[in-house]
Structure formats: structure tokens, C-alpha cells
Design a protein around this ligand. Structure first.
Ligand SMILES: [Zn+2]
Length: 542
């Protein structure tokens, strides 16, 4: 059999792996590329095989970087089965149409720009309706159920503890009388996170495909994250600011609601103060997702189940408010009260959060509290990395707000979590493919696996195909490499265009500075920087 890496190879988005056996073609995940320069082109790229020949998509979980290209495949004619857990399917029912809507909005904006440049309009990747329609292909399965597929393939979905419905895939393939077992970790969760169970321990694998998002890092330990959140909220409210929490609508938002709920049920002075501040969940998707959480109680861990048994709803408290319409969302920024706003998207790339950032980033009394991973290239990452100014809706906004980040909320296992999970295999894999991670994280993680288990690791590139037998895994083709070269060439053009635009902006800014009677020292500094910039460009041209 062959496995081709079509995404999340040396990066964290676009999860998509093609498994080809003697007579079946199966995709494991079909996620969207996000956040990087050129991601639109990568998402639009045709699959390197005839999608009419594709039999199944096995979906590990509903996150868009794992599911987001499914409606595109449907639009292009795919009518095979998409198999996932019940909760994953229910989350896809709300997340994929939302993604379709975002695509339509984004392309409307792109097309306005193209029109001004005299270029013809382009189609969105898929529409809201395409995403609604593709749901007919989904099949719900239960955790731990053995699913027999034609072609001597058996699949089992195990709880990955990452988001509601998330799974680790165990796949047994019998070819020529010999069985090979592949395990795809999907995104692996953290232990002891609210609502969800810990990731399932897997006993055996011939080949393991493991994520490596935090392969080089340990999450902060011994930190009471709820205590830290409480303090940040109280300090901000005392200064008269708002707390803005960019959060994934699905998963993270419900965890925060759960944590605030558990804090608010323990009464003390500090908490009573916290009680009086309204907490707005400003994301229609988060509201629907909270409903899906309330419909899948069987996925909850023991603690969350206990709340329910005691007649308490762990996803609710008196000051929690949901804002459904865009008008209600806009009104939040006109209100003269202090508040906590939890809004999506989690990496600040789209959605209502951008409006709240625009209205709060410049205010020194407000706080932006990050509670999730910020991928390279996203607005969230730029803010977290200390950008002084950011561009939102074409407007330059100064970053004066307090920027905070709480690590403990990560939905991904850290290095120790990943290594402990590998360690629990009774029969260790022959080889481990390291996927879903940025280069440095992968490098460090490979080293750790070598030291601890002496297992050979492979860090596949996008487009690489590996031939897998019960005994060996070899790379055979790099056909897709051509495309990667073409895209890096396209990116060169995109970057030169970007630099041109930045320089135009810079000249405007400099004209302003000259008129503003800026002091001599500042002018000298700018001059020095410009000279260096000129040198860099000159040496590049040479
Ligand atoms: Zn995920």
C-alpha cells in the first residue's frame, strides 16, 4: 500500500493523507490550509488523483484544518462515504457551512479587489450550500466500534480527547494475506482538560502517524489557569477595560464556559465581583457548538457527568449571554459597561473577533487574552509576538492593550504527553511518521523519539508518497514536488507585490512624519533603518 502526504506535512494545517491499498483509495482527513501566504492557492489545488476513484474519507475530527476541504471535493463530484463519530458529524453540520460562508465573504472581498485591478472574478473554494449538501455523504459511527470496509480493511475510532468527537484511527489492512496496522493519532488531546476524556491508549501499531504541534515544548505546569484568568479579568475590569478572548468557537469556548462555571460555583469575594460582569459569547458558531456539546453528554468525562447528574448545567451560569445577530455584536462595542467577550476565530483571522480587536487593541486598559495556539502568519500570532501595530480591515491599529496568553488551555498534548502516549504502546511501531507540526517542533521531537525509543522517524514533505509493507516503509515518488516548486515561485511574485504595497504605505507614513515636526533623533533612527533596508534590497537584487 501507499501513503501520500497531501497536507500538514512540515506545517500544522491542511491535514490530508491518501491511503491506497490494492483496490481502495481512502483519505484520512481533508483539511484546509490556513494562515500561511499562498494558502488560497494550496486549497484550490486539485487533488493529485481522480476523486471519482476515492472510496472513503475517514475524518478524525471536525476542526476545519482537518475537514475544511470536504465540501470542495463534494462540489467536484465526490460521492463516497465520509465516516466519523456522531459528535464529529454534528459539529461538521455547523462548522462546514460556516466555513462555506467565510469562503463566500472572503471571495467577495478578493473579487472587489480584482475588479478594481481589471481582473475577472474568481469562484470561492465552495459555498455555504455546497457544505450543507455534502453532509449527505456522512456516516455516523460510535467510538470503539470495529467497522469493516470492503477490500479487507477494518477501522476503529478511539477517543483522542482533543475536541468533542475527536478520534485516533486504528486501521488494519490485509493485503496478500498479510496484515499491516496503521495508527493515525489525529490531534491528540491533553490529559485532565475540562469536559473531555483523556486520549485513548493504543496497544500496537506497525506504522504510526503522529501529530507534533508541541513536539518541542512543555505546557506550563503548576499553574492554576483558572486562577490566572480570574486575576487577569479582575485587574482589567478594575482599570475599566474589556477582556477580549479570541477563541475557537468549538471546543475552547465551551472549555472556558465550563471553567468559569466551575469557578463561579465556588463563592468568595473575588468571585462575587467576577459574577457581576457580563460574559458575552459572540459567535453564532460557538452558540450552535455549545448546543452540540449539550447533545453529546456520552462524550463527557466523569467530572462533567457528575455536574449533570447533580442537575447542574456545566455549560451555563447566570451572567453568560449569547449574541446571535451581527447587530447585537456591533452593539457590544457601543456599550459603556465592562465586559468579557469570547469570540471567534481563535487565531483572529476572520469573524467577529476582528471587530472587537479593532475596538480594544488600542486601549491600554483592555486585555487580549489568548487561550489557544496561534499559527505562524496569523494576526493572532503577530499580536502575541509583540507587533506594535497591526492592520485590521485596512486600518492601522496601535497595540496598546495588555496581551496575555494562557498555555494551559491547549487542546494538544505537549512533548511529554506525546512521548508518554508512544511509550504506552505495548508493541512499538516500526517507524513513525511525524506530521502536523512546524519544522522546529518536528526536529526536536524526532530527536526525543530517537533518544527514548530508538525508533526511526520520517518527516514527510508535502506530495511525498511512501510505499508501506508489513516490514518496511520507503519513499517512492516525489511527483508532487513539481507543484511545490511552482508554488514557491508563485509565492515569490506574491511577496514582491506585498513589498511594493508596504513600501507605498511607508512613503505615505513618511510624508506624514515629515509634516508632523517629528524630533531629530526619531528621524535619524528612521533614516538608519531605511538605509539598512535599502542595503538589503540592493544585495538581494545583486
Ligand atoms: Zn484539531
Amino acid at each position: 500500500m501507499n501513503v501520500t502526504f497531501l497536507g500538514a506535512a512540515r506545517t500544522v494545517t491542511g491535514s490530508c493523507y491518501l491511503l491506497e491499498t490494492n483496490n481502495r483509495k481512502i483519505l484520512i482527513d481533508c483539511g484546509m490550509f490556513q494562515g500561511h501566504e499562498g494558502h488560497n492557492e494550496l486549497n484550490a489545488e486539485p487533488m493529485p488523483f481522480d476523486i471519482n476513484e476515492l472510496d472513503y474519507i475517514l475524518l478524525t475530527h471536525a476542526h476545519i484544518d482537518h475537514s475544511g476541504r470536504i465540501p470542495k471535493l463534494y462540489k467536484e463530484g465526490f460521492r463516497g462515504e465520509i465516516i466519523a463519530t456522531k459528535a464529529t458529524v454534528e459539529l461538521c453540520e455547523i462548522m462546514l457551512p460556516d466555513s462555506g460562508h467565510i469562503q463566500e465573504m472572503e471571495y467577495e472581498w478578493i473579487n472587489r479587489k480584482r475588479l478594481r485591478a481589471g481582473k475577472p472574478p474568481v469562484d470561492p473554494l465552495y459555498t455555504y450550500q455546497d457544505a450543507v449538501d455534502c453532509m449527505e455523504c456522512f456516516r455516523k459511527v460510535a467510538y470503539d466500534e470495529f467497522i469493516k470496509l470492503p477490500g479487507n480493511i477494518t477501522v476503529c475510532f478511539r477517543d483522542a480527547g482533543h475536541i468533542l468527537g475527536s478520534s485516533i484511527l486504528e486501521i488494519w489492512i490485509n493485503e496478500n494475506g498479510q496484515e499491516t496496522k496503521l495508527v493515525f493519532s489525529g490531534d491528540l488531546g491533553n490529559k485532565n482538560i475540562p469536559i473531555l476524556r483523556d486520549p485513548t491508549i493504543i496497544d500496537t501499531a506497525d506504522y504510526l502517524f503522529i501529530e507534533s504541534t508541541y513536539g518541542d515544548r512543555l505546557h506550563q505546569q503548576n499553574e492554576d489557569k483558572v486562577e490566572k484568568i480570574t486575576n487577569i479579568i479582575l485587574e482589567t475590569i478594575e482599570k475599566g477595560g474589556n477582556v477580549i478572548i479570541p477563541s475557537f468557537a468549538v471546543g475552547r469556548t465551551q472549555e472556558i464556559i465550563y471553567e468559569l462555571h466551575s469557578k463561579l460555583t465556588k463563592y468568595d469575594e473575588k468571585i462575587k465581583k467576577l459574577f457581576s460582569i457580563p460574559v458575552y459569547v459572540d459567535s453564532p458558531l460557538a452558540i450552535s457548538a455549545t448546543e452540540v456539546f449539550r447533545n453529546n453528554l456520552d462524550c463527557y468525562d466523569e467530572e462533567a457527568k457528575r455536574y449533570i447528574e447533580n442537575g447542574d448545567n456545566p455549560l451555563d451560569f447566570p451572567t453568560l449571554k449569547f449574541t446571535q445577530t451581527a447587530q447585537e455584536s456591533k452593539e457590544l462595542n457601543e456599550k459603556n459597561e465592562k465586559m468579557i467577550i469570547i469570540s471567534a476565530s481563535g487565531m483572529c483571522e476572520a469573524g467577529r473577533i476582528k471587530h472587537h480587536l479593532k475596538h480594544n487593541l488600542w486601549r491600554p486598559e483592555s486585555t487580549i487574552l489568548f487561550v489557544g495556539y496561534q499559527a505562524e502568519g496569523t494576526l493572532g500570532r503577530r499580536i502575541l509576538d509583540g507587533a506594535q501595530k497591526v492592520r485590521i480591515f485596512g486600518e492601522e491599529i496601535s497595540v496598546n492593550a495588555r496581551i496575555e496568553s494562557i498555555d494551559g488551555f491547549s487542546g494538544h498534548a505537549d512533548q511529554k504527553g506525546l512521548l508518554d502516549w508512544i511509550n504506552a504502546f505495548i508493541k512499538k511501531p516500526k517507524k513513525i511518521f511525524i506530521v502536523h507540526g512546524e519544522e522546529n517542533a518536528q526536529k526536536v521531537f524526532v530527536q526525543k523519539i530517537k533518544e527514548q525509543f530508538n525508533i526511526k522517524c520520517i518527516v514527510p514533505d508535502k506530495g511525498e508518497t511512501y510505499s508501506i509493507t508489513p516490514t518496511r516503509a520507503v519513499t517512492i515518488t516525489t511527483k508532487e514536488q513539481d507543484k511545490i516548486y511552482r508554488y514557491s515561485r508563485l509565492q515569490l511574485l506574491e511577496y514582491t507585490q506585498l513589498i511594493e504595497e508596504e513600501i507605498a504605505g511607508l512613503s505615505e507614513k513618511i510624508k506624514d512624519i515629515i509634516n508632523e515636526q517629528t524630533d531629530d533623533l526619531a528621524i535619524e533612527k528612521i533614516l538608519y533603518k531605511l538605509k539598512n533596508l535599502e542595503k538589503d534590497i540592493h544585495s538581494l537584487t545583486k
